[in-house]
Design a protein around this ligand. Structure first.
Ligand code: GLN
Length: 469
């Protein structure tokens, strides 16, 4: 029987957590869903507000004592000797990090099917994908019946997307809110660490702990942080914009559209004001090419360090030219999608072409940010579906061409590209598969997202939890 209590409520009850039950829960569900990359179930009660609460981390986030592969063969034996700042802050409050979760290699993907290791499966239907790239994090969060929170990471939607497909809450903060120290980079100007949980309250509690300036990451903001704890569950007087370009996204499942419209209308019943708004620059034709060019350009430079000398798989370089040695290691260590992105990323940045690709993408990014900023002068938050479809079956996902997969990210890529905070909240099911409602806020306005997210949850309730099959 799944408890409807939030982790925060359980912690507040001041009872010992049942770690034995938790261990059994992990062993049982993970056999079915392959969410865990590595684990250590020696967990116990600890001092501090979290009292030993089990927390998992996506495998690109460094946790001392666990390998951090980022889903790649090239980092198979990388064992960081330090904790990421987000991890350290949670440990300082008494968290137990017990597992690293499966993901797309370096975060490159939409379904978590681009991993060098296990492919996580959707707990609602194990024939279906979890979404990506934090697929393991979302699947584990949905499947465990015992208290647990997950750390995930998003570049272009990797928290919101799997949260929506697996029916959990995904909270992506404003870029710079949470330190990236100890995160294996995908694209530095885009990467964000955030939280996944069963309720808005729990995801917000984790975000409160990990947020704030860190002198180890100079891109973290020094803005004062008010915290999300006392945010009331109400949308009274809030203006909610619904971007037309999102609702009219070509290829959206009609049933998803309908479900999300019904959910957005609930805000009206709760005292909010809902209005459609046209944001032409956040549509597919602008955001997809400019995001992907930017993301892979940054990724291709970040991945240059995995050459078999300083980082990555090693072999014997004797009697080989550097070029041959590096190519050998990289051919062996990188998967297909990584190779594609490294090649395209170099192409977009090369002399003679960078004006037309990389630099142009940066200009488009500026226009996209301006368009959102303009909208936030009028609206408190924006609302849309998180993903245009529910989780596809593995065989359906396999048939898609890379560009078709990239296009599916349209609704999550824009806000990530602009560094905006986002909250994906489960808002129902279609054919028993979860649908996510995506709430977007202005920079550093996470509190508004929590207000609306909690209000929605309070009036809608929670979706049925999966019986892992
Ligand atoms: N699907 C997007 C990509 O492949 C986003 C992934 C992410 O946020 N890490 O770039």
């Amino acid at each position: 029987m799944v408890s409807k209590k939030s982790v925060k409520q359980v912690l507040a009850e001041d009872r010992e957590m049942d770690f034995e039950k938790f261990r059994k829960d992990v062993e049982k569900v993970d056999k079915k869903i392959n969410a865990v990359r590595s684990k250590n179930l020696e967990i116990k009660s600890k001092e501090g507000r979290l009292k030993g609460l089990p927390i998992s981390a996506k495998d690109n986030i460094c946790v001392k004592g666990f390998n951090a592969t980022a889903g790649s063969k090239i980092l198979e034996s990388y064992s960081p000797q330090f904790d990421a700042t987000a991890v350290k802050r949670l440990k300082d409050k008494g968290a137990n990090f017990f597992a690293k979760t499966n993901q797309d290699e370096f975060g490159f993907g939409t379904f978590s099917t681009n991993s060098a290791y296990e492919t996580p499966k959707n707990p609602y239907d194990t024939e279906r994908v979890t979404g990506g790239s934090s697929g393991g994090a979302a699947a584990l969060t949905a499947a465990l019946t015992e208290p647990h929170i997950a750390l995930g990471q998003s570049t272009g939607g990797s928290i919101s997307n799997p949260a929506a497909f697996c029916g959990v809450v995904g909270f992506t903060p404003t870029y710079g809110r949470v330190s990236r120290y100890g995160l294996i980079d995908y694209a530095n100007s885009l990467d964000k660490i955030g939280s996944l949980a069963k309720t808005v309250e729990d995801a917000a509690m984790a975000l409160d702990i990990i947020s704030g300036h860190d002198k180890k990451d100079f891109t973290t903001s020094k803005k004062s942080y008010k915290g999300l704890e006392d945010v009331p569950a109400e949308v009274d007087g809030m203006k909610i914009g619904v971007p037309k370009q999102y609702m009219e996204f070509e290829g959206m499942d009609e049933r998803v559209r309908k479900k999300v419209w019904e959910s957005i209308k609930m805000f009206e019943d709760l005292g909010g004001e809902v209005e459609e708004v046209s944001l032409p620059k956040v549509g597919k034709d602008f955001v997809i090419p400019s995001y992907y060019i930017t993301a892979i350009s940054e990724a291709s430079t970040n991945l240059a360090r995995y050459c078999g000398m300083r980082y990555g798989l090693e072999d014997n370089p004797e009697k080989k030219s550097f070029d041959d040695y590096f190519s050998e290691i990289r051919s062996k260590g990188f998967g297909k999608e990584v190779k594609r992105r490294v090649l395209l990323g170099h192409f977009a940045r090369q002399e003679g072409l960078r004006e037309s690709y990389y630099l142009k993408a940066l200009k488009v990014r500026r226009l996209i940010i301006e368009e959102y900023k303009e909208a936030f002068k009028e609206y408190d938050i924006l609302a849309s579906p998180t993903m245009p479809i529910t989780a596809p079956r593995f065989d359906e996902a396999d048939k898609l061409e890379p560009v078709e997969v990239y296009a599916m990210d349209t609704l999550t890529v824009g806000p990530n590209f602009a560094g905006l905070p986002q909250l994906s909240v489960p808002c129902g099911t279609v054919d028993k598969m979860p649908v996510g409602l995506h709430l977007l806020g202005n920079h550093f306005e996470e509190r508004k997202l929590v207000r609306a997210g909690k209000a929605f949850e309070k009036s809608f309730g929670q979706i049925k939890r999966p019986e892992v099959r």
